[in-house]
Ligand binder design. Sequence first.
Ligand code: SF4
Length: 222
Amino acid sequence: MARSYVREARRRVGPKKERVRPVIERLKAAHADAAIALRFRSPLELLVSVMLSAQTTDVNVNRVTEKLFVKYRRPEDYLAVPPEELERDIYQTGFFRQKAKALRGTMKMLLEDFDGEVPRTLDELLRLPGVARKTANVVAAELGSPQGVVVDTHVRRLSQRVGFTKQEDPVKIERDLQRLVPREDWGVFPHLLIWHGRRVCIARAPQCAECVVNDLCPSSRI
Ligand code: SF4
């Protein structure tokens, strides 16, 4: 019964290849301000912010980095203080020991292998200690050269709801989205889903009646 209902809903909205562009266009119009919520003024600050944002909120990271970026301006600065001092300075973002270790390792590699600059390619970013695929994808996209699609909890939930993927694993979801979403939208697409997920398609109470893509969504409740 439930399965035939889902099949019927999918038939009603049509194939995802035909829906993806209108969904993106409508979400762009509805969330024109959709952008990364982390505050940064340079590629280095971006990289540090994204590394600190694991397991915590962007608001919390911004609170910590406001002071952090006054004290730590260059990769050398992160290595010039004792590890415990860096740990104290990022304590409020949680998992401070692991994060401090990752930051120090990353700064060392930036200096040794990248002339102190943040690299742009996914492969290079993934070489940095403590930089996983999601972090690398966010940094590459914000630096203007998205090479993948960032999959966080909102992106995963909304991609499933609008019928763009049936997968559960983030790597497989990203693969589905890379096949579906036009490359020029790889950078903005996650922001659109994140903002739509926060404002309209809320996890426990989706506001389907207010949703600009309700006629294109197989999970619509109206
Ligand atoms: S129609 Fe409902 S379930 Fe579908 S995206 Fe909109 S709010 Fe979410």
